[in-house]
Design a protein around this ligand. Structure first.
Ligand code: NAD
Length: 256
């Protein structure tokens, strides 16, 4: 049972992180929400979730672009049985025009934060005698697209890190896996639709099918609930021997 387990989800006041956190709270786990924002609504989100699911939910502010703060998140939580590395940002530009500070931020938030949190969490998992590292990578951890050099580098990197952590923990009751989602209709993706529709002179439905879901054969979005259930499965005893894998949930994208 997950009742006595603490689940830390980085970048979890929105989108996939929030969906995964809600799924674990629904399964009775103690949940730690995180973002760098520290607004009243972040704290309220934790209070509301605790009330809704009748479990302990805490909000801990930490900026995943800073290694010491990523480690600090795990230390402040004082327990970490399931670590979900989810925080991520995107920037789209050709590589020769890609702003260096955006490159550094994406590598730090989407990749290096997981190095720091994993390094801080593994000793706690070893003391507890059980642990799960779940990295939210992307179909872009397995395939490339133009103009997303930093994101694709970071996501391929985190897939490599996942395999290494799995080998280093292989003889212990700890697993490390990556989930590689295709497109998910989070606020981030949703916000791009009206402008893209204007640019392409298309309806919003056409933008979804012909621009956003162009690579996704199912022509349907993956949902945060489906990703939450996959994460929950990875934390279940059925997945004890499932380690070092990059599991695509992408409507067939990486099958092509
Ligand atoms: P989102 O913008 O809704 O969520 C991003 C989360 O990261 C937010 O909670 C935000 O607060 C947090 N975050 C950003 N910068 C941070 C920082 N410096 N410190 C701490 N937290 C920070 O986007 P999302 O779509 O839910 O993305 C979540 C993860 O899923 C990302 O790693 C993203 O790359 C990945 N992903 C998304 C999609 C998609 O289609 N939406 C597909 C594949 C993978």
């Amino acid at each position: 049972s997950l009742k006595e387990r603490t689940v830390i989800v980085t970048g979890s006041n929105s989108g996939i992180g929030l969906g995964v956190a809600r799924t674990f709270a629904g399964a009775g786990a103690k949940v730690v929400l995180n973002s760098f924002t520290d607004r009243d609504e972040d704290h309220k989100l934790a209070e509301d979730m605790a009330r809704e699911f009748g479990t302990e939910v805490r909000y801990i502010q930490a900026d995943m672009s800073k290694g010491d703060q990523a480690r600090g998140l795990i230390e402040k939580a004082e327990a970490c049985d399931v670590l979900v590395n989810n925080a991520g940002i995107q920037h789209v530009a050709p590589i020769d025009e890609f702003p260096a500070e955006k490159w550094d931020a994406i590598i730090a938030i989407n990749m290096s934060s997981a190095f720091h949190t994993t390094a801080a969490a593994l000793p706690m998992m070893r003391r507890a005698g059980w642990g799960r590292v779940i990295n939210i990578a992307s179909a872009h951890g397995l395939r490339a697209s133009p103009y997303k050099s930093a994101y694709i580098t970071a996501k391929h990197g985190i897939v490599g890190m996942t395999k290494t952590v799995a080998l280093e923990t292989a003889k212990e009751p700890i697993t490390a896996n990556a989930i590689c989602p295709g497109y998910v209709l989070t606020p981030l993706v949703e916000a791009q639709i009206p402008d893209t529709a204007k640019e392409y002179k298309m309806s919003e439905d056409e933008v979804i099918e012909k621009v956003i879901l162009a690579k996704q054969p199912s022509k349907e979005f993956v949902t945060v609930e489906q990703l939450g259930e996959m994460a929950l499965f990875l934390a279940s005893p059925a997945a004890d021997q499932l380690t070092g894998q990059a599991i695509a949930m992408d409507g067939g994208w990486t099958a092509a």
